[in-house]
Design a protein around this ligand. Structure first.
Ligand code: GTP
Ligand code: SPV
Ligand code: MN
Length: 593
């Protein structure tokens, strides 16, 4: 097949990789419908994909990963910088020379008898001043088809790049899907990513976490912008004005759900609408008017399937009805469709579980779908996709919201006193772990800005970068910074806040605070709503004024213990910890006395 570009840096890199892995042939992904269709057919012929019921789910397919390869592997994800100090205490590190040597040995000859697919892709709308270009080489059709949903792929991207060397190299090889030889390596100084021995989403769709967060966070630090694990949504008020919010929650903690929320009835009646710009990643830069603008660098949703249903997230469900790839869900053999826990109360009896074994949802006591099973759905399918989704300059941000899963401690919502205190609030985030990464689930760990597994350099320098960005902003134009917690539990272990669509009630307070329209109570940790200012009309029987007061409560003893935990975490960063954050921690301690 003819090359799709004459770009010398791309061609020489492909030659270099070919010499190492020795593919039988090279196929360039041009972005055409015909090529995608042909690759789908090929993947079906080998069993890599299963074609689903085309009447109920047009252009939808099912894929199963290896059973040992179902989530991101954080302990095998490496930041390869010349010194360990640059990667910092929260990243796994390996020296670049050593990593390249190790990876070359693993990948050597691994494409023999296989095809090398060359995927040129743009993160962000093609030609946007905020967009960046990558090329991923892979031996997996599944990766090609997912990248074609998640990013903008094809010749148009190469035309924008021309002969420039400003692009991110991504090399992926499935090898033997050997857990012991699985590595996801980022080389920030070289704009390079190498991923071996995996076929699972976040490990292999290199545009996503590897590029759009790990490499991009490093580029952002050097170039004066930010790459964040944040959704972007627009709240349209009854007067027709839309305000935008970026929110960072750790993996499987509610970004997709919040980004697509459907307003509660009383808000709908008033004329509120919510628009989704993105559900996972934001690239943020100061605009000519001095405000911060965000784009979603992705073009689709790689969403958590379990729990997605007509009530919790109808917009996400609607997004999966065409052109979607389902990974590790239940295969309903009666009508050749898919199912997962929490979709409805009617699990199929004649089905295959996520591993491909016969499964009866009525009698089985094991889950049919993997807890981290996912759908890859085109953004255009989403009924509430924002009219600004393709806006090359992004949308102006009014508020940043941090949040996580905390059964106790963090109140439903609070506002930081100012930008630097907001950076502190982000830096002290902690959340219970989920199935999105391999390892234990439900353990509280510190996850600053939801970036713990995604920051491509020393986290202390990343915090300093946040502080530095704040210094460039006029305080009137800087987004206000908040923290939320949808996951407070009572002593019986029940969630105390209904969540999902009702989270708009909290966003409404947040936007009113941004507009200076509502008062708040100042506490040791920041500004907390007065209970009467959170609208709970229509929640009778679910949330009482009393229970609302208890989820807004700031327990000084619990927070004092938390402050000790923060100090311990901060100590890992030694002298690199920004002075400002040390001072904020001292202020917190003093406020708690
Ligand atoms: P990644 O794609 O992994 O980055 O995750 P995400 O942050 O987009 O997570 P997602 O929205 O898919 O949420 C995953 C889980 O959180 C599901 O089990 C949801 O049911 C649950 N969840 C989301 N929002 C809420 C909420 O407001 N309240 C409660 N109790 N659960 C929620
Ligand atoms: C996450 O784990 O935060 C995800 C899914 O969004 S993955 O692409 O696997 O990282
Ligand atoms: Mn994510």
């Amino acid at each position: 097949m003819a090359n799709l570009t004459t770009n010398p840096s791309i061609l020489s890199w492909i030659e270099d990789r070919k010499a190492l892995v020795k593919p039988e042939k090279v196929v360039w992904i041009d972005g055409s419908k015909e090529q995608i269709e042909q690759l789908r057919a090929e993947a079906c012929s080998t069993g890599e994909l299963i074609k689903l019921n085309q009447e109920k789910l047009p252009d939808c397919y099912l894929h199963r990963t290896a059973v040992n390869d179902v989530a991101r592997v954080e302990n095998r994800t490496l930041i390869c910088t010349p010194t360990q100090e640059e990667a910092g205490p929260t990243n796994n590190w390996m020296a670049p020379d050593e990593a390249y040597k190790m990876l070359d040995e693993i990948a050597k000859d691994s494409y023999i008898g296989r095809t090398m697919y060359v995927i040129p892709y743009s993160m962000g709308p093609v030609g946007s001043p905020l967009a960046k270009i990558g090329v991923e080489l892979t031996d997996s059709i599944y990766v090609v088809l997912n990248m074609a949903i998640m990013t903008r792929v094809g010749k148009a991207v190469l035309d924008v790049l021309g002969d420039s060397n400003d692009w991110v190299r991504g090399f992926h090889a499935k090898c033997q899907i050997d857990e012991e030889k699985r590595y996801i390596c980022q080389f920030p100084q070289d704009n390079t990513i190498i991923s071996v021995n995996s076929g699972y989403g976040g490990n292999v769709l290199l545009g996503k976490k590897c590029f759009a967060l790990r490499i991009a966070s490093y580029l952002g630090k050097n170039e004066g912008w930010m790459a964040e694990h944040m959704l972007i949504l627009g709240v349209e008020k009854p007067d027709g004005e839309t305000k935008y919010i970026c929110a960072a929650f750790p993996s499987a903690c509610g970004k997709t759900n919040l980004a697509m929320l459907i307003p509660p009835e009383i808000y709908k009646e008033k004329g509120y609408k919510v628009w989704c710009v993105g559900d996972d990643i934001s690239w943020i830069r100061k605009g000519a008017d001095g405000r911060l603008y965000a784009i979603n660098p992705e073009n689709g949703f790689f969403g958590v399937a379990p729990g997605t249903n007509e009530k919790s997230n109808p917009n996400a469900l609607a997004s999966t009805k065409k052109g979607t790839i389902f990974t590790n869900v239940v295969h309903n053999l009666d009508d050749n469709t898919v199912w997962w826990e929490g979709l409805d109360k009617n699990p199929p009896e004649n089905a295959m579980d996520w591993t491909g074994k016969p499964w009866n949802g009525k009698t089985s006591d094991v889950k049919g779908a993997h807890p981290n099973s996912r759908f890859t759905a085109p953004a255009v399918n989403c009924p509430c996709i924002s009219p600004e989704f393709e806006n090359l300059n992004g949308v102006p941000i009014s508020a940043f919201v941090f949040g996580g899963r905390r059964a106790k401690l963090a109140p439903l919502v609070y506002q930081s006193r100012d930008w630097n205190h907001g950076v502190f609030v982000g830096s002290i985030m902690a959340s219970e772990t989920t199935a999105a990464a391999a390892g234990a689930v439900g353990v509280v760990r510190r996850d600053p800005m939801a970036m713990l597994p995604f920051c491509g350099y020393n986290m202390a320098d990343y915090w300093q970068h946040w502080i530095d960005i704040g210094k460039t902003l006029d305080p009137d134009k800087a987004p206000k910074i908040f923290n939320v917690n949808w996951f407070r539990k009572d002593d019986e272990g029940n969630f105390m806040w209904p969540g999902f669509g009702d989270n708009l009630r909290v966003l409404d307070w947040i936007l009113d605070r941004c507009d200076g329209k509502v008062d708040a109570a100042e506490t040791a940790i920041g500004f907390v709503p007065k209970a009467e200012d959170i609208n709970i009309d229509g929640l009778e029987g679910e949330v009482s004024r009393e229970s609302l007061e208890s989820i807004l409560d700031v327990d000084k003893d619990l927070w004092a213990a938390e402050a000790d935990g923060i100090a311990e975490f901060y100590a890992k960063f030694g002298d690199r910890l920004p002075e400002t954050l040390k001072e904020e921690l001292e202020t917190l301690k003093a406020n708690l006395k």
